[in-house]
Design a protein around this ligand. Structure first.
Ligand SMILES: C[S@@+](CC[C@H](N)C(=O)[O-])C[C@H]1O[C@@H](n2cnc3c(N)ncnc32)[C@H](O)[C@@H]1O
Length: 310
């Protein structure tokens, strides 16, 4: 709750980056109640290392709160976690009771929490600019972690093995951040970023003009037949994890049916739950907490998944 309050009233932005400010001046600047501010900040100082009180009655930034003040993507991650993820997780058990463990994308805690019946999560996001911005920030933050670092995109596949003017389809590619990264390394490739209509339109608008000849955007629902049949690569990152097995199979089938070009490749980069006890406990705990209660997606268990491959 203190973090939610601090985020909602943008307290970090009202604390000077250097030096201190009194609680009274901070409350006046952020237009919040002073007594409540003091209580919640003192709690967050202990629980989340946000802010410091170097002398009684005066507030200064800690390293974490300074980052919060400076980093819009971090604020996006918080917005996503506090206004989408946390309410959805709080209603997930209710959703499972209501819909009897259904894995349909419209039977999730998110549908109950945000009162968004009969539509999947991503169509909600595609229709709400501020939620899209929050999710973007969250993805930028995820991409800063080692597992999602973009450098692995380069080392994970021999891109030089593709034809000089290879065509890459970035399916569910959001605003095209992976394609932009690859385009800088391989400017001769042509990239098509496919996503839901609202996202594709925004991607087109935000695309830097010097990439307009290399990257294009296409509105496409990956649960329908894939329209591009002459690509060298169909690339999916962090997409299957959000969907049920049935939908994942449909997406794969749609892709396979479009892979008409000889030698066309399917590249998948997804989070996988490791076998118990094979990575540090904190990392495993984080992954398992998420995968155990995830929205519509099924857990991608390494043993089960790779065991199922031919
Ligand atoms: C978890 S994000 C991953 C984005 C990107 N691939 C990445 O790794 O950063 C999932 C993406 O799939 C898109 N998406 C969800 N449902 C879709 C659908 N039915 N058809 C096309 N794109 C969809 C979302 O809009 C979102 O951009």
């Amino acid at each position: 709750m203190p973090i939610q309050w601090i985020h909602r009233f943008d307290i970090a932005a009202h604390v000077p980056l250097e030096g201190t400010i009194t609680y009274a001046a901070l409350a006046a600047s952020a237009r919040v109640d002073e007594a409540l501010l003091k209580r919640l900040l003192r709690s967050a100082m202990l629980s989340a290392h946000l802010f410091r009180e170097p002398e009684p009655g005066r507030v200064a930034h800690s390293a974490s709160s300074r980052l919060l003040a400076r980093d819009a993507d971090l604020r996006g991650l918080l917005e996503f976690e506090l206004t989408i993820l946390a309410p959805a997780l709080a209603r997930t058990v209710d959703a499972q009771r209501k819909w009897k463990f259904s894995d349909a994308p419209t039977h999730t805690g998110f549908n109950l929490a945000l009162e968004y019946p009969d539509r999947p999560f991503y169509s909600f996001v595609a229709e709400h600019q501020e939620k899209r911005d929050a999710l973007d920030g969250a993805f930028v933050e995820f991409a800063r972690t080692e597992g999602w670092a973009k450098k692995h995109l380069l080392s994970g596949f021999d891109w030089d093995s593709l034809p000089a003017e290879g065509k890459i389809v970035d399916v569910g590619g959001s605003l095209g951040h992976n394609s932009m990264f690859l385009a800088k390394e391989f400017p001769k490739f042509k990239f098509v970023v496919q996503d839901l209509p609202g996202v594709a339109t925004e991607g087109k608008m935000r695309l830097p003009s010097d990439m307009a000849n290399t990257i294009s955007f296409q509105a496409y629902d990956f649960l329908t037949p894939q329209p591009i049949q002459d690509a060298d690569v169909y690339f999916f990152q962090n997409v299957f994890v959000d969907h049920s097995d049935d939908e994942a199979v449909l997406m794969l089938r749609n892709t396979r049916n479009a892979m008409k070009k000889p030698g066309a490749k399917l590249i998948i980069r997804e989070p996988v739950v490791p076998e118990p006890g094979t990575i540090p406990v904190e990392d495993e705990l984080r992954i398992r907490t998420f995968s155990a209660i995830g929205d519509a997606g099924d857990e991608l268990d390494a043993e089960e998944m790779f065991g199922a491959l031919p």
